[in-house]
Design a protein around this ligand. Structure first.
Ligand SMILES: C[S@@+](CC[C@H](N)C(=O)[O-])C[C@H]1O[C@@H](n2cnc3c(N)ncnc32)[C@H](O)[C@@H]1O
Length: 252
């Protein structure tokens, strides 16, 4: 395997896929013989759009979020917005969330397909995922919208604002938007050259969310253990915000 096919921490794609499958086997997934080889034939680092998510398949990221236990209890209509491999969807289902109330949406099938190959559950969950290039849901459709590691991949300012506004519009009044993103640690003045395209400071992120209409915004620094090899000026921000019941649309 060439250098190009290795992650920054040195793990190769084959090892990363094998480790992901080990984690999933521990969680009860049963693979047919030769499954790893079949999956390896389908994927290279070039067609895994966000390679690092392979390292984190079934790593309990959403479940560590400070709002997760509340989100599970809410049992409302739930959208995983920018779902990637769909880890969050599987964690919710594993924790008893009603499947008819969960949807995963992304702009591309690539990571969703990889997720279904790794979880070997295409038949069971295929209908929960939706891909279009335009946000497909009507306003006020969801009680909860989750965003896992999406903010930091959206470089373009207008696209980022649009992402937040769709999340806001899709929520019912009183609905909750929660998730996590890489950001700049408090006290860091400017980003280093390494890292994803968008790295915001806490206040900057709060400002964007307020501009999209969110209120009661909480941002906490989360667990860094899921980001091996990341620069020390980066951190994981966990956020939670509300669409107020009587939103003044004029103040966006
Ligand atoms: C780093 S991956 C994270 C995936 C998953 N949420 C997770 O936690 O593993 C970021 C995902 O956001 C999606 N994404 C980026 N921009 C988006 C947008 N404007 N609307 C919806 N999804 C978007 C990407 O396609 C990708 O699947």
């Amino acid at each position: 395997m060439t250098q190009m096919q290795r992650f920054r921490d040195g793990t190769g794609l084959k090892e990363a896929l094998a480790q992901a499958m080990d984690r999933l086997e521990d969680a009860g997934v049963v693979y047919p013989k030769g499954h790893l080889e079949q999956v390896l034939e389908r994927y290279t680092l070039k067609n895994v759009p966000y390679p690092y998510i392979v390292l984190r398949v079934w790593v309990p990221r959403i479940t560590r979020h400070f709002f997760y236990s509340e989100a599970v209890k809410l049992r409302g209509e739930f959208l995983d917005y920018g779902c990637g491999t769909g880890d969050a969807v599987r964690h919710l289902l594993r924790d008893g969330y009603p499947r008819e109330r969960v949807r995963g949406f992304d702009l591309t099938w690539k990571s969703i397909d990889l997720g279904m190959d790794l979880y070997a559950d295409r038949e069971e969950v295929g209908d929960l995922f939706l891909v279009t290039d335009q946000f497909p849901f009507r306003p006020e459709r969801f009680d909860t919208v989750y965003s896992g590691s999406v903010f930091h991949v959206i470089e373009d300012e207008d696209e980022f604002m649009e992402y937040l506004m769709y999340a806001h519009d899709a929520l019912k009044p009183g609905g909750i938007f929660f998730g996590s993103t890489l950001g700049l640690r408090d006290g860091v003045v400017a980003r280093s050259s390494a890292g994803p395209p968008r790295l915001m400071k806490r206040d900057e992120m709060t400002g964007y969310m307020a501009k999209a209409g969110f209120r009661e915004i909480t941002v906490r620094v989360g667990d860094r253990s899921g980001m091996p090899g990341a620069a020390p000026d980066l951190c994981v921000f966990e956020f939670c915000a509300k669409k107020t019941a009587h939103q003044d649309e004029g103040d966006r």
